[in-house]
Design a protein around this ligand. Structure first.
Ligand SMILES: [Zn+2]
Ligand SMILES: [Zn+2]
Length: 455
């Protein structure tokens, strides 16, 4: 088998990995780096040699896993796209939103190459899709060669799959983005601990150490207390959230807290457009899938309104009434609703900006978390600078498994080879060091981008 990391750099960025097993050439994911602009955000598709792809496996519908799919299909029109049944419902709203965002960025910032694909190209993906339910197996054939592919529920977000490939006696397991604990919206991953030959695992949280007495439950309680304290002092709260998964999870947490009378029931709640438009497909998927627990009535009960209906928020402007903003992007990327709301709230001490997920290096979210209280923070694209006076906090409710959980799970699967994937350099290094100490017999591959490794 041959493995090539086709991401932008050795970082989280745009997830895309190529594997060749005998006659099969398979790509796992084809994402777009959310922190990079223009064609630079695409995976290194030029490394794909002239061999046509047979299958493109999509692990889940976050943009860093699907954002470049229409560009790839232009070059590989014969390939079939394999994805889970829930992912099939989420793929199109996510890509269409990405198209509209790029179109707007072209108009506002003059990025000429945007949008990187047309609406017709998104639509034409439909004829290549091959969907399968989670926790099922299918066999694919190439003349006399065959491969078995199994999707295993990965937690993380609705539709997310880990993928088991079995070719003859060889088992290769891709973790995808994985979360083992149950969320409000979704049950956790259901991995078996059975032995595999090769494990390709995400390393997102390699640098995040969870304190011993901290759990997602204790962080949820702390978040609710912080929201309540902020509202009591007349402040508003911004919770930057990814539109798919995280936003609905936070809304479910708020719903639960309101039912238990832990937060006031009359505070207006605003969410951003894509997150709201995903609630309908998620509600329909929940009706057919016991693992998924999202219900449309959550939005109705909370009287969630679109951010576009909020009193227009300008940089530095105080909201007229204490409100809760659960808006994208989760990393507070430039020119997104969370970036704009932060520019309104940051300089006023009564407000709170509460991060609930992972912020990659170089994103405004990470920069704000690293800016000390009282110092100036620059909203470059708004040409606005403000001192940090609001309460800035991070609550560890990440949608990714803790590094210790992944480590233990990997050791139990006892693979011959572990390939480190989808993580920044230092995060991967933590796994390299720990595997070297705990399991020196396992071969650890920390691949360079664009190099084909024989395994
Ligand atoms: Zn993800
Ligand atoms: Zn990811």
């Amino acid at each position: 088998m041959y493995f090539t990391d086709l991401g932008r750099k050795k970082e989280i960025g745009a997830h895309c990995a190529s594997i060749k097993i005998e006659s099969f050439h398979i790509l796992v994911d084809c994402g777009m780096d959310p922190g990079t602009i223009g064609t630079e955000s695409l995976p290194q598709l030029h490394y794909l040699d002239s061999t046509p792809l047979d299958l493109i496996i999509i692990t889940h519908c976050h943009l860093d896993h699907i954002g470049a799919l229409p560009v790839l299909m232009r070059r590989q029109p014969q390939a079939r796209i394999l994805l889970s049944v829930p992912s099939q419902s989420l793929l199109f709203p996510m890509l269409e939103n990405s198209y509209h965002v790029m179109k707007r960025q072209r108009e506002e910032s003059g990025i000429k190459e945007y949008p990187l694909y047309s609406k017709e190209e998104i639509e034409s993906l439909r004829e290549h899709l091959c969907s399968m339910p989670l926790d099922t197996t299918r066999i694919f054939q190439n003349q006399n060669d065959e491969i078995e592919i199994r999707f295993v529920a990965a937690g993380h977000i609705p539709g997310a799959a880990s993928v088991l490939l079995q070719h003859k006696h060889r088992k290769i397991f891709f973790s995808g983005d994985v979360l083992f604990r149950d969320q409000y919206i979704l049950k956790g991953a259901r991995w078996s601990k059975a032995h595999v030959d090769t494990l390709v695992m995400e390393t997102t949280r390699g640098l995040s150490e969870r304190p011993k007495d901290q759990t997602a439950q204790t962080e949820t309680i702390r978040l609710i207390e912080a929201i309540n304290a902020t509202l009591q002092q007349g402040g508003s709260i911004l919770i930057p959230s990814f539109a798919l998964g995280r936003m609905q999870e936070i809304l479910m947490i708020l719903h639960d807290a309101r039912m238990k009378k832990q937060i006031p029931s009359d505070t207006p709640i605003f969410a951003s457009g894509l997150g709201l438009s995903l609630t309908e497909p998620l509600d329909q998927l929940s009706a057919k899938n016991r693992e998924l627990i999202f219900k449309q009535h959550i939005i109705d009960d909370l009287k969630v309104r679109s951010i576009q209906q909020s009193p227009y928020l300008k940089p530095g402007q105080n909201p007229s009434k204490p409100s809760i903003f659960v808006v994208s992007s989760g990393m507070m990327s430039e020119n997104t609703p969370s970036y704009n709301v932060a520019a309104a709230l940051l300089e006023h001490p009564q407000h709170g900006i509460f991060f609930v997920g992972f912020c990659a290096d170089d994103t405004p979210g990470k920069k704000l978390l690293d800016t000390p209280f009282g110092e100036l923070f620059s909203f470059d694209t708004l040409r606005h600078r403000a001192p940090v006076r609001a309460r800035i906090e991070h609550f560890d409710l990440s949608g990714h498994a803790d590094r210790e959980e992944l480590l233990q799970m990997a050791l139990q699967m006892d693979p011959r080879v572990i390939i480190l994937d989808h993580g920044d350099g230092e995060a991967r290094q933590w796994f390299v060091d720990n595997f070297a100490e705990l399991a020196p017999h396992i071969q650890i591959l920390n691949p360079e981008v664009g190099i084909e490794y024989s395994i």
